[in-house]
Design a protein. Structure first.
Length: 79
């Protein structure tokens, strides 16, 4: 039986993929409902808002996350 998981070198990309997908889904939903109210129109606008925000968030996280990890490593003592 072979291990079908991705190699460890893809950790940053996979973490960023799921993190940004989930966060932008939630935040774009909240923002859409706040702007348009709970309606069929909001339900139709939400996927477009989510995809637009995710397309920006995913590459941003790939660039920013390594910098944030270094900053956190300077501020937090290792276990």
């Amino acid at each position: 039986m072979t291990d079908r998981r991705l190699p460890a070198r893809y950790t940053l990309a996979v973490t960023g993929f799921f993190l940004t997908a989930i966060m932008t889904f939630i935040i774009s939903g909240i923002s859409t409902v706040m702007a348009l109210g709970v309606s069929v129109m909001a339900l139709g606008a939400w996927p477009i808002a989510w995809l637009t925000s995710w397309v920006i968030a995913f590459p941003t996280v790939l660039v920013v996350l390594p910098l944030v990890r270094r900053l956190v490593a300077r501020l937090v003592a290792p276990v």
